[in-house]
Design a protein around this ligand. Sequence first.
Ligand code: PMV
Length: 318
Amino acid sequence: MPAISSSAPGKIILCGEHAVVYGQPAIALPITDVQTRCVILAKPNALTQQVLIKDHTFGLDTDLSSLKPEHPIRKTIESVLTELSIDHLPACEVQIHSTIPHSGGLGSSASIAVALTRATANFLGHPLEDIIVNKIAFEIEKLHHRTPSGIDNSVITYAKPVFYMKDTPIELLKLDHPMVLLIADSGIKGSTAKAVELVRKRWKSSPIEYEGFFVEIGGITLKIKRLLQTGDLEEIGELLTYNHQLLKEIGVSLPELDHLVDVAIRSGAYGAKLSGGGLGGNVIALVPPETADQIRSNLLRSGAAHVLVARISPSAGR
Ligand code: PMV
């Protein structure tokens, strides 16, 4: 039996994070420059029904049955088996390789869940529909982030830009204009679960103020959605920077993130903001293509650990 493999991209949240947890819309884009690849090799001659897990990113080299029942990898494989009403995986080796930095807001956990779900189902000879892959990946995201909105698993499952609002059908966006985004890693590991918890506490103690922030952020997302069709990058940039100010006010930025946002803007970016949960992780900057390299160098000189240049092409949309 040949090796079965499946890949899934990373992602960034363009706008609307945190507010999306409270029912506001958000927009996320797949980032194909980083990805997870999952390979499953059948071991037909194995003496036992052993399922070996080799996760190169986390240095995991173990038997599936020795993982805790709630371990995301075990849970993902078992969810696929349940979905297909199959009771076990034949002897095999499951390899997971990911180039997506962990805890950086690039969707590493959802990407692993999606790639592993698809590879497992394909290995069993029963490819799953996207809607089912997305459902399984969402359950796995709950193990990682407790109360995720569902945006990460959605954008990664469909590998298309998405306009996402909880409890409404996912809208895949067609981008009509190319965009260049710099993704600058602050080098500080962010915890989405902690950031979401912090916002929840503050929302509980100042509900009116926080509802106001969320509505404002939701309004930014709606405007950006329209501007993505006209390609007015300057206006999109201004709105991204405004979104960052609001994220700062709700308490999920850090001086290091604010600094990278300032550097990007002073270097000529149309706009910049933190992306994802915050309290670390990445800053994204929308930049004119011709100055991308210069702005990237400035970000690296100003403390960014890595800066990825993501060229989002119009064909990225459906
Ligand atoms: O840190 P990330 O990239 O997984 O993004 C989290 C986005 C939040 O809106 C803060 C949480 C969520 O589940 O949508």
